[in-house]
Design a protein around this ligand. Structure first.
Ligand SMILES: O=C(O)CCC(=O)C(=O)O
Ligand SMILES: [Fe+2]
Ligand SMILES: [Zn+2]
Ligand SMILES: [Zn+2]
Length: 680
């Protein structure tokens, strides 16, 4: 047996490299140090120009800090020559945003009292506009009192919990101990603007203090359809605690998987900028999201109407599927929120999910096991449709439209050459066949021979239970309660919208778009996985990643101009690529080359902005194609620390909130690549 070489040791603690821990390199001795061992937080490292470790400090004095040269760029060391545009999140941006006027959300908001917001109401009236509930009563939302403080959060969640925090002026994400955030919060001279929006606390003591609004719980796919006996834990997206200081800004995004979301402001204030998910707006959003200079363009300016919605203390806001929104924290604020998928806008949810896939959104920002839950839902809805048919009841239009969209999506996922998530006990082709049969039956009967189905309220379609036996009784009980309700068969606009979206996108998109295989893969044993790429080799990652950059960055440009010629036609996915196969890059048209080098530059900037020198990895001009490789040093690690060990039990289950910027998507590429090189 070959003897393993001893792993190199680092830091004052002389430990081997641990990918989950943030490290910083000493510019004198060149050793690497854990941030936690030398009291440097990840978000602080970017402010250090020349780092001196505790040992070198003695002889060489303290570290040298970067000098601020501007207030409007993510990189505050760029010279302030006033030629470069203002970037989102900077203090100049926030000041300008506050001074602008917008159409009032009163034009689109539905104001309701808590007890009125029920599944039944939404089923009847649809859930297409944001709902504002000024008072807590009747929502079933339980919260700590408004005196609940940031310190109290620390008490219930634990100061050692590692949380994601956004450095707003850089729109960059890093990890920090909750206790450090609390210290920062109470510092009268906060050195920067930090925003916490991804603290999901279902597994902490704080969970007991919060009950989500009835309507969200009753409609939630996860609550209703995620099987109790699933090998995997339920996705945790129900309970987020948001803690942001005044001046925090989260740029335009759609919540992951097209989830609907509720927010309650416990104290302080947030301002939401809301944009309707019309097909045109969604197409514009997709183009903007894939633009490399997205942060320099205020998306609100690209659309017809961007509504301003002030959410004051004690107010709850419910945002439906697909609404594009940005959020300004206008006063120090604690808010609670939660996300849920549901039956009312299935088509739109799927459209948002497909958009995330096209945008190569990292898994960390996506709804966990979105496709798996769609299979679970499909199986349940099939039973519902069957039983309604047997009882001679006509399903509501929204449900039939949803089932059609779902069936279409499931079919397309099966056809795809990439991995897919089908829970073990589901026979996908069978399920699709049966769903198609039910849809056809509905279309043929035109609903004519059936009784229209009554809106079902809280015992309704979304709460069909998990076991078939139980489901039977539940549906029958429900059917007996049904009364004529006039669920008409007016044709839905979903297909028309879908066509329109495709058309708009087609007009924008010229370069062929190819899904990447490996990035979509999820490591789990429970789901069936079919993947042409399941035998991926370490070297192979490079090729895929490169291809992805091309697809991601080059798909569209913001001005609506696609790239004039197809850039690279990737070889078939199942063939591992060799270096030679990358040669087509040499024949890229000028636009493509320029764009590629722009992407590479973005990549480098990103590495640099994360405190990782990019020099080591792409200076050789002959290596343009392979310059996406990270350097061979442990600390030249990707964008942000992978989840800490303490989070491993739930890894992948708690999407980070907010949007993945183009840079974060590139960060993901680097992460995958680095795993390919180092850890596979
Ligand atoms: O409060 C914020 O900054 C962002 C809120 C939001 O939209 C989200 O968490 O998805
Ligand atoms: Fe959001
Ligand atoms: Zn250490
Ligand atoms: Zn040193």
């Amino acid at each position: 047996m070959r003897k393993m070489a001893a792993a190199p040791l680092y830091c004052v603690c002389r430990q081997p490299y641990d990918v989950s821990r943030f490290m910083i390199e000493c510019d004198i001795c060149k050793d690497w140090f854990h941030g936690s061992c030398v009291q440097v937080e990840e978000h602080q490292a970017v402010d250090i120009d020349v780092y001196h470790c505790p040992n070198c400090h003695v002889l060489h004095g303290p570290s040298l800090m970067k000098k601020r040269k501007n207030w409007h760029r993510h990189d505050y060391t760029e010279p302030d020559d006033r030629t470069r545009p203002v970037q989102a999140g900077t203090s100049v941006f926030v000041r300008e945003l506050q001074a602008r006027s917008f159409p009032s959300a009163d034009e689109i908001l539905v104001r309701m009292q808590g007890h009125q917001v029920t599944p039944k109401y939404l089923e009847k009236h649809s859930f297409l506009s944001p709902i504002m509930v000024p008072q807590l009563d009747g929502l079933g939302l339980k919260l700590p009192p408004p005196s609940f403080s940031i310190e109290d959060v620390e008490h219930y969640v634990g100061g050692d919990k590692i949380i994601d925090v956004i450095d707003v002026a850089r729109q960059a994400d890093s990890k920090i101990k909750l206790s450090e955030f609390v210290k920062y919060y109470y510092n009268p001279n906060r050195p920067k603007v930090l925003n916490v929006i991804s603290l999901e606390f279902s597994d902490t003591k704080m969970a007991e203090l919060v009950e989500v609004p009835d309507v969200a719980r009753k409609m939630s796919w996860v609550e209703n359809y995620w099987p109790d006996d699933s090998f995997f834990p339920k996705p945790f997206v129900q309970k987020y605690c948001l803690m942001g200081v005044e001046g925090s800004y989260t740029d335009f995004h759609i919540d992951f998987g097209g989830t609907s979301v509720w927010y309650h402001v416990l104290w302080g204030e947030k301002i939401f900028y809301l944009i309707k998910p019309t097909p045109g707006n969604l197409a514009l959003y997709e183009a903007w999201s894939s633009s490399p200079n997205q942060s320099e363009m205020f998306f609100g300016d690209k659309v017809d109407k961007c509504y301003k919605c002030i959410v004051r203390q004690g107010t709850t806001l419910l945002i439906p599927t697909g609404w594009i929104h940005a959020v300004l924290t206008s006063q120090d604020c604690m808010a609670f929120g939660g996300n849920f998928l549901h039956n009312l806008n299935i088509g739109m949810q799927l459209r948002c999910y497909e958009m995330e896939r096209r945008l190569k959104t990292p898994d960390l920002f996506k709804f966990p096991y979105f496709e798996a839950i769609c299979w679970y839902v499909a199986k349940n809805l099939l039973e519902t449709l069957k039983e309604l048919r047997e009882d001679n009841f006509q399903p509501p239009v929204y449900l039939m439209e949803g089932v059609k969209a779902l069936t279409c999506a499931l079919k397309s996922w099966l056809k795809r050459e990439v991995e897919y998530e089908v829970p073990d006990h589901i026979k996908p082709n069978n399920l699709i066949k049966e769903l198609t049969k039910e849809i056809r039956h509905q279309e043929l009967s035109g609903g004519g021979s059936c009784k229209p189905m009554k809106s079902q309220g809280s015992g309704g379609v979304w709460s069909v239970t998990r076991s078939t036996a139980e489901r039977g009784t539940r549906v029958h009980r429900m059917a007996r309660r049904l009364r004529d309700h006039g669920a008409s068969r007016t044709p839905s606009n979903l297909d028309i919208l879908e066509l329109h979206t495709r058309e708009v996108l087609r007009r924008l998109e010229v370069a062929p778009f190819h899904e990447d295989t490996t990035l979509c893969s999820r490591v789990n044993g429970k789901f069936k996985k079919t993947s042409a790429s399941s035998t991926a080799t370490a070297g192979r990652g490079l090729d895929n990643d490169l291809r992805l950059v091309l697809c991601n960055g080059l798909m569209l440009d913001w001005n609506g101009h696609g790239i004039a010629e197809p850039c690279v036609t990737p070889p078939p996915r199942h063939v591992p690529y060799s270096q030679d196969e990358l040669r087509p890059l040499k024949h890229l048209n000028k636009n493509c080359r320029a764009r590629l080098s722009q992407q590479i530059q973005e990549n480098k900037n990103f590495m640099d902005s994360q405190g990782n020198s990019s020099e080591a990895w792409s200076d050789n001009p002959q290596n343009t194609e392979i310059s996406l490789l990270p350097p061979f040093h442990p600390s030249k690690r990707p964008a942000s620390n992978p989840p800490p060990i303490s989070n491993q039990a739930t890894k992948g289950k708690r999407p980070k909130k907010g949007m993945a910027t183009a840079k974060q998507r590139l960060g993901k590429i680097l992460r995958i690549n680095s795993h390919g090189r180092f850890f596979v």
